[in-house]
Write a protein that binds this ligand. Structure first.
Ligand SMILES: Cc1ncc(COP(=O)(O)O)c(C=O)c1O
Length: 398
């Protein structure tokens, strides 16, 4: 999905034609999303499940498209839990994330959360007290930050090094002692989410093998039998080389082989992916308002900015884009031909940059720059009210 489908292109042009001001808009290709997620879900090996991490993009039409295709939703706050439950009363939900409030844990007890991923011993104690008070059973996973021999080498690391996420391995003894003294909270297994932006399937398999080996050791060491291992999300999107994306088929083939080695264990392996599922369905289209030079560099100022589309600033990368042009050559507007250009937004900060010094064959005022892979950690992570610009149009096409 590195190129822009015809239906998206048509929508962008239609929106531009409808508006009186230059365009900025998000377009989500729900058909493309269904196709992409179905392919992944259908290729999952036996005993594996794919949950969607709603933090990546919680927009309702996105969740509605995903719901029939994934095994459930992962939420990371009381807000996400309420949002999901109000629209999907029956979908399996798992609840993770650090710093859960007592009110959120209490809410989770009444919202049929299948598993709470417990992040610390204090959180475990709080949950046990609440469950005891309410006389409500609750299943959990313990989120463990394993001390790895080799740190996962991606740009965003949540484990294998000191981080505030999950608990250290040495806490397991105490966690089990807490659990043994109460009747309502039951451990079903372990949760690991060590990093985001993983593009290397073989490295990811090595990491998962480490999780599985470790859980087997713990089962033996603590006299436990668990049936759930959550291996997190973190599969990446290759923004810099969009034609070379994570190879799910190869990865699942390796995973199937790996799991055969643990065929004696009653484990369900659960993924909770966000970015890799929804990034590709989203497009942020920004019309070129002005083109100017400063020193030896060209700048194109686009409608909107990183307060709508924070992904390039958050990732400190040049975001991939295509140019859609319907500006007639005869129009007397500033035009670049065969030049490198920096694409910026309308904010009064030098950080408002989408991509730096990228060579374009042609770019005119009035053209539409369409940023791909804008369907995850994009609109929902942006500081939307900065400068009080109107919000971008939002279109979900099927
Ligand atoms: C615990 C946990 N699970 C899943 C995810 C989803 O990660 P990704 O979107 O990289 O797949 C995150 C993201 O930060 C996370 O913290």
């Amino acid at each position: 999905m590195s190129d822009i489908p015809g239906s998206v292109q048509r929508s962008v042009y239609d929106l531009q034609a409808q508006g009186t001001d230059p365009l900025c808009a998000y377009i989500y290709d729900l058909g493309g999303l269904r196709h992409h997620v179905s392919e992944i879900a259908q290729a999952l090996p036996a005993n594996c499940e794919m949950f969607y991490a709603t933090k990546a993009n919680p927009a309702l039409p996105v969740l509605q498209a995903m719901a029939p295709l994934v095994h459930g939703f992962e939420v990371a706050s009381g807000g996400e839990l309420d949002w999901v439950r109000s629209h999907f009363p029956d979908i399996p939900v798992i609840f993770g994330g650090p710093g859960k409030l007592e009110s959120e844990l209490d809410n989770a007890l009444s919202q049929r959360v299948e598993l709470i991923h417990v992040e610390s011993l204090l959180e475990l104690r709080r949950l046990c007290n609440l469950a005891d008070h309410r006389k409500k059973p609750q299943d959990i996973l313990l989120r463990i930050n394993l001390a790895l021999e080799e740190t996962p080498s991606t740009r965003l690391t949540m484990g294998g090094i000191p981080t505030p996420f999950g608990m250290e391995e040495r806490c397991i003894t105490e966690a089990l002692a807490i659990l043994s003294k109460q009747d309502w909270v039951r451990i079903r297994g372990f949760h690991f989410h060590m990093m985001s932006h993983q593009l290397d399937g073989h490295r990811h398999l090595t990491l998962i093998e480490r999780y599985l080996d470790t859980v087997r050791t713990w089962e033996h060491q603590f006299g436990l039998t668990v049936d759930q291992i959550n291996v997190g999300g973190g599969i990446g999107v290759n923004y810099l080389e969009p034609t070379r994306q994570f190879d799910w088929i190869d990865f699942f083939a390796g995973l199937k082989e790996l799991l055969e080695r643990y065929h004696d264990r009653p484990w369900r392996i659960r993924f909770e992916c966000g970015r890799a599922l929804t990034a590709a369905c989203g497009y942020y289209a920004a019309e070129v308002l002005d083109i100017k030079s400063c020193g030896n560099e060209w700048f194109a100022i686009c409608r909107g900015g990183t307060h709508h589309f924070r992904t390039p600033a958050a990732q400190a990368h040049d975001h991939p884009f295509r140019i859609l042009s319907n500006v007639d050559d005869s129009n007397d507007v500033p035009r670049l031909v065969d030049e490198p250009v920096t694409l910026v937004g309308q904010l009064c900060t030098p950080k408002d940059v989408f991509a730096r010094q990228i060579h374009v064959p042609s770019l005119s005022v009035g053209d539409l720059v369409v940023f791909q892979y804008a369907g995850a950690y994009a609109w929902n992570i942006s500081h939307q009210e900065f400068l009080m610009h109107p919000h971008p149009r939002e279109l979900f096409i099927d």
